[in-house]
Design a protein around this ligand. Structure first.
Ligand code: PRX
Length: 637
């Protein structure tokens, strides 16, 4: 067996040979002529000249060897639906969906926006887009009309695929209504909307625009739609993510590089084998859902378990903190992928639930999306008795950047550390202000990557190459490196520890949100003069948003009834614009915000005060009374 150190070194020293080898893990309709084109940094083109298709690799390729094996296992504890699609059945459903999209005018290169709850049709729609060479843009169902409208305007989709509603803990989320409102707000109007009716909420159909999937599916029941062979560098999808500005960025990914990266990660990192079952508890609206609910496991020929519902409710809709373990037993799940927050929720359940089921199929639990705290890691590790594998990455990277590659060589994990750099990633730590590389162990710096970035990494920001270069590659003067915007340290054994974001991004229950977006929503309220939103540590969700508002009417400060009323209006506004996930846990009113003399908000100081820490360097603080007010408000509870 190769040592991981050798494997990694080869990926860095001989990237062409290394990745040409990995590229054999997928099918190519036409072989590539150049492995890596890095002639125009920081842009990278992987596998130029090659033609392939993600849907072919995820579905069609497996029809020969495993047509009747499970491909998609769908479980909803919200509706009680449980259904398994074999590869042959998935192939048929995807073709019906592809034919329906074609009937609505979708062609190669067109954008299809998918705004859906966790239903099997969402998977069909993503795969159907890949089949046609249409670019899918999945928007997380937790986002409300305002967020959705700005994404519709940026993606300019020809068609939107949606549903009547989703359900969370029995509470109905009216997707169709939220979508209608978003289309009313957006300047771009999609030509058609394709709707799955789950009979959860009434739908008002817009004549000429709205179509029912059940009708189009029936009309295309025997459809045969071949895969469109795409250039390796053709765009497969865009996915929006938050950054420092309020405007979300469309992270754009290619086709061939992504397919190779996922296939390689399934082998080397997730140790997944064809015929086995993979269970990721994420959502298709996040990058983890794209890479490890849909494409990764299917490309590997595994069954993927797609789950709608809370981790604490059973198929009979009764409380059941063991539902996930029940599913692991039933479907013989070998690899599971979740987020620390979900484990913290489960930790509140009866520990006996972990012993109730036969979990012997499970070989590892992968956790990502936010820091994994040691008590949570220990609890689940003792309960499951399998390796708990933390992995650190981003929407931008598409697959893990730091973790351990047990598929290459068994490597010990360290509590609190996601691990070591994965093959293909040239990871460095740089000094925050000088940009010098930190070479000594345990020095804190910014985690950056040197180019060329590996296959699967974002190509650019959709329609905005300048934003890609300026946002990510120009943060360090005189050096072109990709900034992750995360702080990190590396210990003497080469293990990295991630210490939070350097920018205004917060992480609520593993969901990435931009505080600027929340601030923009709150500033839109007529009663708000100024606002600062910061992320504050929370024992369950990792972080929650906290808002400090300067009201236009100063009397609110001394009138608790008026303050409560304004707080609730502000929360409603954020719910309506962005969704409940972004709603601040508290809105606190102050007469001024702590700023530097040049007027820059001192968010880090506000955050520190909220978390009961020292506020750090305050030499630039304009008026100390502002910070004292925040301290008083926080202490008042
Ligand atoms: O701050 C890091 C944190 O989540 C950010 C990326 O979020 P997102 O784009 O939603 O991608 C999630 C993909 C798993 C990172 O910049 N983060 C992600 N994983 C970890 C983490 N922080 C600590 N440990 C992790 N394992």
């Amino acid at each position: 067996m190769t040592s991981y150190a050798d494997f990694y070194r080869r990926s860095i020293d001989e990237p062409d040979a290394f990745w040409a080898e990995q590229a054999k893990l997928i099918d190519w309709q036409r072989p590539f002529t150049r492995v890596c084109n890095y002639d125009n940094p920081p842009f990278v083109h992987w596998f130029e000249g090659g033609k392939t298709n993600l849907c072919h690799n995820a579905v069609d390729r497996h029809l020969k060897d495993r047509p009747d094996q499970a491909a998609l296992i769908y479980v909803s504890t919200e509706t009680g639906l449980e259904k398994t699609y074999s590869f042959a059945e998935l192939h048929r459903e995807v073709q019906r969906m592809a034919a329906s999209l074609q009937a609505l005018g979708v062609q190669k290169g067109d954008r299809v926006l998918i705004y859906m709850p966790m239903v099997a049709e969402a998977a069909f729609a993503m795969l159907a887009c890949a089949r046609l060479g249409a670019i899918h843009c999945v928007v997380f169902g937790g986002f409300a009309s305002g967020s959705l409208a700005s994404r519709i305007d940026d993606a300019t989709p020809k068609v939107v695929v949606s549903a009547d509603a989703g359900s969370r803990g029995g509470k109905i989320v009216p997707y169709k209504q939220l979508l209608d409102e978003a289309i009313r707000l957006s300047s771009h109007k999609p030509q058609a909307v394709l709707l799955t009716d789950r009979a959860l909420a009434p739908m008002t159909m817009v004549a000429g625009r709205d179509h029912l999937w059940s009708a189009l599916r029936a009309a295309h029941i025997d459809a045969q739609v071949p895969c469109e062979w795409l250039d390796s560098t053709d765009i497969s999808y865009t996915i929006y993510t938050s950054g420092t500005t309020g405007k979300p960025k469309g992270v754009q990914r290619d086709t061939g590089g992504y397919a190779v990266a996922l296939a390689a990660s399934m082998t080397h990192i997730f140790d997944g084998r064809a015929g086995e079952t993979y269970f990721s508890t994420s959502d298709i609206g996040w990058v983890v859902g794209h890479s490890y609910i849909i494409y990764g496991p299917l490309i590997a020929g595994m069954a993927t378990l797609m789950y709608e519902g809370l981790p604490t409710q059973g198929l009979d809709k009764q409380a059941d903190g063991g539902i996930w373990w029940r599913l692991v037993e039933k479907y013989k799940v070998t690899a599971m992928f979740s987020a620390p927050t979900a484990v913290r929720v489960l930790k509140k359940q009866d520990p006996a639930l972990l012993k109730k089921y036969d979990l012997s199929s499970l070989r590892a639990l992968f956790l990502a999306g936010e820091p994994l705290d040691e008590p949570t890691a220990r609890w689940i590790s003792e309960g499951l008795n399998v390796p708990i594998i933390d992995n650190y990455w981003q929407t931008e990277t598409g697959w893990p950047l730091l973790t351990v590659a047990n598929g290459v060589e068994q490597t010990p994990s360290k509590f609190g550390s996601p691990g070591i750099p994965m093959y293909g990633y040239r990871v460095k730590l740089l000094h925050e202000s000088t940009g010098e590389e930190l070479t000594q162990p345990n020095e804190k710096g910014v985690v950056v990557l040197e180019g060329p970035t590996p296959p699967g990494f974002m190509q650019t920001v959709w329609k905005d190459d300048a934003r890609f270069v300026n946002t990510y590659w120009k943060t360090v003067p005189g050096k072109m490196v990709y900034s992750t915007f995360d702080w990190g340290i590396r210990d003497e054994d080469g293990y990295y520890f991630i210490l939070g974001r350097t920018d205004d991004v917060i992480n609520v229950a593993g969901h990435r949100l931009g505080t600027r977006e929340i601030e923009e929503s709150i500033s839109g309220h007529a009663g708000v003069a100024e606002v600062a939103v910061v992320g504050v540590a929370d024992s369950l969700k990792g972080q929650v948003a906290m808002a400090f508002v300067v009201p236009k009417d100063g009397s609110v400060l001394g009138d608790s009834a008026a303050a409560l009323k304004l707080e609730s209006e502000i929360m409603k506004r954020v719910d309506g614009d962005l969704g409940a996930l972004a709603r601040p846990s508290r809105v606190r009113f102050v007469s001024l915000l702590p700023k530097t003399r040049s007027g820059k908000l001192l968010r880090r100081a506000i955050q520190a005060v909220c978390e009961g820490r020292e506020a750090g360097d305050l030499t630039t603080l304009d008026d100390p009374a502002a910070l004292q007010q925040i301290r008083d408000r926080v202490q008042a509870g």
